[in-house]
Design a protein around this ligand. Sequence first.
Ligand code: BGC
Length: 476
Amino acid sequence: MPCLTSARRQRIPSDFESVLEKILMVDQILSEFVLSKEELEEVMRRMRREMERGLRVETHDEASVKMLPTYVRSTPEGSEVGDFLALDLGGTNFRVMLVKVGEDEERGWKVETKHHMYSIPEDAMTGTAEMLFDYIAGCISDFLDKHNLKHKKLPLGFTFSFPVRHEDLDKGILLNWTKGFKASGAEGNNVVGLLRDAIKRRGDFEMDVVAMVNDTVATMISCYYEDRSCEVGMIVGTGCNACYMEEMRKVELVEGEEGRMCVNTEWGAFGDHSELEDFRLEYDRVIDETSLNPGHQLYEKLIGGKYMGELVRLVLLKLVNEDLLFNGEASDLLKTRGAFETRFVSQIESDTGDRKQIYNILSCLGILPSELDCDIVRLACESVSTRAAHLCGAGLAGVINLMRERRCQEELKITVGVDGSVYKLHPHFKERFHKLVWELTPHCEITFIQSEEGSGRGAALISAVACKMAACMLTP
Ligand code: BGC
């Protein structure tokens, strides 16, 4: 016998009462995405605890947030000038850049860049490490040909946006792939070694790899060039991560007490030891179970652009199944994994109110939506992206409050350099994110700056600094 609600649902929602009922039911489903200030403070506290555990030798192995030392230190002033090559690997594209570092009276650095983008074929991402690094070496060779640089042995900075356990600035072991990369034989190996071997195998050019940095670190360095208070770097793009300058005495994994070292938090893995279980929803579990790395990068999967569109798609399917959307019917495309791209979330939330943009996207997905459908889809997008902005904000607030305590300052004035497609392209992510960070960090004055070409430029700049230091060491 049909229950009362399903009998009601069968009525065509033309009258006000049934529309209202529908909206209330949608609202109830989407309300799961709303986190209160208290809950976000709890996320911040747990993040903070994991960060402390990651830094300490006794707890490092079992901590989900690995807090990896980067060997980028706070001391350098001045850098080598000249041409540097910068590589940037971290998403579906691989970039090669020529960076000319010159002297500038005011800033100390003057930087000019030329770059070329290469898209990484699926089989190179998921084949063997040799295939991936041969492909990369091939791209470098092509770039050098284009710019007539084959004859030069240039110093090279490598932005490699995955978790790496460094032994020095130019040496580090890949801990695990993230963001859909799977090339076998790379995890557990020295990434710079894999690159050098591939260059050697080709034999048509030479390179001097001087530094390898995470994209968060490259972003921080590149923004530091604009603003000397920049001591935090953050990426909200395909993946999500942050780095910051930590007191050396707290970086227990590296010897020495003086000055500061940049720590790559690798906070994307927060939650991998169940720290987020009370906040994860049924959609998050599906995303994780169907990913290439189930059980890993759980915080990143709540925030990153690799997952945001898919999360919205799962929410829409839920609403369809509950007969609250599209007359209870999903198109084949909407039923297809990955069909709802993250850029659609940005585009839908950019709609000016006439619903044209939303209508167009949904019709491309084989759906002819009503006006109410369009509004509900927008609400679903807002729920997923706002939760992402707030969770990410809680993480950053944890980092900044920790920095303030470390420095025993009444008031911490700090700049955060940020990059990544979600942060840059989503129409409201930034505002929601900034507002929450400011709310959770009393006694801190935080400025956010957006990095342009941060990934490559930062790698080149740190290479320039490393070259200078190497030169200093050679000169008595
Ligand atoms: C990686 C980080 C990286 C972040 C942003 C994550 O998946 O583990 O190393 O910084 O993505 O690109």
